[in-house]
Design a protein around this ligand. Structure first.
Ligand code: GAR
Length: 200
């Protein structure tokens, strides 16, 4: 029978994470009983990633893929299609996204970067390396950037930024902590806003 429901369909998110996965967890918790957004799948390139343990605790299916599967086949895209994924969320995902995936999800891949782009972005700038560079340069501020993924890394349309101060004497770990608080506070809400505005 044709579905004539007036309710908007669930928007299904796939979260990609390479490490601890604290952002993935916050996002999954935020949407755990949401009216129109759900976290359907968690994917990682790293068999030892902490995010796998978190996925299991959250009861969300998790998938590990390797370099060849990601870059030399369509396996990951096929999997996302099979699960009817609407949005791809990069929550601490450290591999470059192939063009085929960007084409399969145009303007539907959201990344978080732990600095105020365009500064401290680009190749090699991820995780603690960003915070170490910020401290080494004596910056007075850092923060987070949430942006859409375009063909060039860290260069897509910027959606949201939030700032934190870097005090004299702050270590890279101190900055990482301040940035992480901002990420946990804002990332789920920014995803909610984007997905809600652009759902079809
Ligand atoms: C986050 O700080 C995220 O911004 C960063 O990796 C961390 C993952 O933490 N992403 C990048 O550096 C991407 N260029 P988590 O695994 O605890 O969520």
């Amino acid at each position: 029978m044709h579905n004539v429901s007036t309710h908007s369909p669930m928007q299904r998110l796939a979260l990609f994470a390479s490490g601890s996965g604290s952002n993935a967890q916050k996002i999954a918790e935020y949407f755990s009983s949401h009216s129109h957004i759900e976290v359907t799948l968690i994917l990682t390139n790293n068999l030892k990633a902490g995010v796998l343990e978190r996925a299991s605790t959250l009861g969300i299916p998790a998938v590990v893929f390797n370099r060849a599967q990601f870059y030399e086949s369509e396996e990951v895209i096929e999997l996302l299609k099979k699960h009817k994924i609407d949005w791809v969320i990069l929550a601490g995902f450290l591999w470059l996204v192939p063009q085929s995936l960007i084409k399969a999800f145009p303007r539907r891949i959201i990344n978080i970067h732990p600095a105020l782009l365009p500064a401290y972005g680009g190749k090699g700038m991820y995780g603690m390396k960003v915070h170490e560079a910020i401290v080494a340069a004596g910056e007075k501020f850092s923060g987070i950037t949430i942006h859409l993924i375009d063909e060039e890394y860290d260069k897509g349309e910027m959606v949201f930024q939030a700032k934190c101060s870097v005090e004299p004497g702050d270590t890279a770990a101190d900055v990482a902590h301040k940035v992480q608080l901002l990420e946990h506070e804002h990332f789920p809400r920014v995803i909610e806003k984007l997905v809600s505005e652009r759902k079809v």
